[in-house]
Design a protein around this ligand. Sequence first.
Ligand SMILES: [Zn+2]
Length: 695
Amino acid sequence: MEATHLRFSSSLLCNGSGSLPSGCVFKPFEALPIEYPQLSDAEQVKCECGAYATPWALESTRTSWMCSFCGASNACHSSAHSQFLNNCVQFTGGQRVPSRGSSLVFVLDNNLTKAQLNDISASIRAAFSALNDEIGWLSLITFSNVVTVYRCSLSGVASGDVFPDASSFMSASDHTKHAYVAPAASSREAFLSIMGALRGARRKLSVEALEGTRRARRREQFAFERRPRCLGAAIRIALQLAKDAPINGAASSGRIMVCTTGSPESTTAELSALGATARCQGAGLDVFAAGLEPLDLPMMEALVGPTGGYVVQHQSFAASEFGLSLATCLSEQHLPRCGAPVSTLEVRSSAGVEMKQLVGPAEAHQASSTGEAAVFELLRWDPRAAVSLYFDVSSAKEQHASFQLVVKSCVDGETVQRVFSHRIGVREATYEDGAEAAFLASLDAEVLAVLAVKQAVLAANDSTAETFEAARAQARDYAEGTLCTVLKHHRLTSQTNGGGLLLPEALAALPRLLYFAARGPLLGDAYKSVDEVRGLRHAFLRAGTDESITIMAPALLSTQRHVAQDLLTPVTADTLALWSDAHCCCDTWSRLFLWRGSDASDADEEACVEFLNENIVQRRFPAPTIVVCTEGSSMARFVVSRLNPSHNDSAEEQLASLPALALMSNEEREAVKAKWLWTDVPSLKQWLRRLAGGR
Ligand SMILES: [Zn+2]
């Protein structure tokens, strides 16, 4: 039985393939399907080196098994043990104790407007009612150039104390500090009413604006006083409050939720140190932002990174966006409790296969005594988070390479160990005819593209190139290079089509994925805002295969009458798929552009919004925004610019790319084509021809 949690880039290794990334994308905490064996801790079959028995370890005598990693021979007591039959086994131990101990600290920016505060308050109310008393303690802090801490346990009155910095708070008496931490069950309403009483940012009304033209006055209507933000001091105080919550028993965890509208007056080093303190203390940090001010994403990433936290940028703090994300964050993700063991990932590979790199929300684990395995600390229990592992397979000598990934976690007293074992055949390119062709055919194009683009994005983020654009261009070259390598290898091995561009079935999706990755927001210039690009990269680097693909390449859904069974069905993301009698949704991960054709009906629009809400918005984290635009409007350009301009291609190529065109009459087809002007942006086919010709 294969685990879907774990996807490798190929089902065969080949020694000559060193230039392509080799590895896997793995979701350590995603729920396992019910059919996987669930055993108790006592039933583990392990080798002395720490590795677990694998399905291919049993020797022919069935009385012993050979460790796939160190080669030691071990006695076998039952050849029918689940570990000899399954690639994935889960062991549980301990007793699960329902948690009611966590404390939740909201840290709100004083530059938030009254409207934004009202939205936040409504979102928190909705999240609270969905959480069923999971939260034990509540605190509320606001910050600008000073920090205000509110006494949430006092109902009917919004009472807060102002501290100019963190040290003045620390010197307050314990009695005072306890007044800031209120039991959630009894003070929820008081907490929400304090939020309702917060005044919000002050309007900027200058004399010039009052005396000026109508236009100047209108502009001023949207201008607010911007006060400096001492986020560092606010976080320091929040950490102290999370620590002070009078939680029963030693094990406690706190969640600190920062809602802000712009970048703080802090340094990356300061915020990164606070993130590390939070991690030691068993507290989690997440940042939610909305508004038009720049956020300085790298600084915020430094703050949340050590606790595996998220920086989420929404269009607004409304319940349909921020509210959904907040509820998901609070209900799905668990933090390691203070004093309890942290979650770890052990990675083993057989001789000749070296683990090179891990990308995702994990860090190398210091204290480990697990033999040859590489051990990482998984920063929070998050079912949506994925790690990508890269291996160097160039010196694999055996017939097979074995891999084992072991996830150990402890949530509310219950320990869970998941063992994923995987084996891949190895072929020697030099001596065997057709080995390389077999290798190319065994590639999983989606995983290969995700691994290559993650590496490129990481390089772009860490680049020392002078400008953001230069770093992006370098990374784009790297991603395109992956395709060039495949094309080169393919040309060497394919004799039938004379080195043409007909790729093996397994690789058919690769050009499209890399084309969109190179042109889209991750590596291309689709988005002008650096925050937006960094935000998407932040999500991408921790996303699983399917989610990564949606971020890399837009998915297009359409109500095209000719093909529809469901309301919105996937179609090729080409400009020619935008038919005037249809609604199309261009899913760019953070936004769902609902494009309305000029002849489409109103009733369909409502149905589409409902469909998208139910099937995408409610299920995705962070929740995306639906943006409705009509054909020909300025907003519709966003949709058109994200699609493959297939109207530049020849008629045969258009039909091959979008078979639904064949269902149209000639006149209809001409009408669709006539809508688009020739552009100098290369289509997928033109881009591929350039890459194939150039190398
Ligand atoms: Zn062993």
